[in-house]
Unconditional design. Structure first.
Length: 181
């Protein structure tokens, strides 16, 4: 399905919800794609199980050294601290925005849409997220809904979103479908 396709996973050096990184990563690999871990700094990123430190993962590329044009899609894992940090880094925000400008699919779960709010790419889009983001998303012009997975095609690209780790099975399937098209 994803043979020859490379998917970027954008995460902060700390704070990513580990399962929201590892499950989509595994799904991309199982579908024949090549996942690449992109962060704001080289070295390792620290995963978390909610508020507890989990595993570390090697960074493949940094946002100041790559372009969205080198990838076929983008996954934005959640975790509260992860997107909150990313939205303060202009290169990370621009990297995410570039996928929308290039018409490439983006999949965001849990708190990840915070980065998309900062990138100003949710206006007019239907999206879901962790419930605490709904006001931020509505204020940014999005149509927020409470669903397991939402696939929005009312924009320049396909936008896949889910609420939480319990939605990962549906999220991963919808993301793979989006990256395959």
């Amino acid at each position: 399905m994803l043979n020859g396709k490379t998917i970027a996973f954008l995460v902060a050096p700390e704070g990513v919800e580990q399962v929201e990184l590892t499950e989509p990563w595994k799904a991309v690999k199982q579908a024949g794609g090549t996942p690449r871990l992109v962060s704001t700094a080289p070295g390792q990123i620290q995963g978390f199980h909610h508020l507890d430190r989990a595993d570390t993962f090697a960074v493949d590329d940094t946002v100041d050294n790559v372009q969205a044009s080198s990838f076929d899609g983008l996954v934005l894992p959640g975790g509260v601290a992860n997107p909150d940090f990313l939205r303060t880094v202009p290169q990370a925000v621009q990297f995410a925005r570039a996928f929308f400008n290039d018409g490439k699919p983006v999949a965001a779960i849990c708190h990840a849409p915070w980065t998309l709010v900062e990138a100003d790419v949710v206006r007019g889009r239907t999206i879901t997220s962790w419930p605490s983001l709904q006001t931020d998303l509505r204020n940014a012009g999005a149509n927020w809904v409470d669903k397991e997975v939402v696939v929005c095609t009312a924009g320049p690209n396909m936008l896949v979103s889910s609420r939480k780790p319990d939605d990962l099975k549906a999220f991963c399937q919808a993301a793979i479908d989006a990256f395959s098209s």
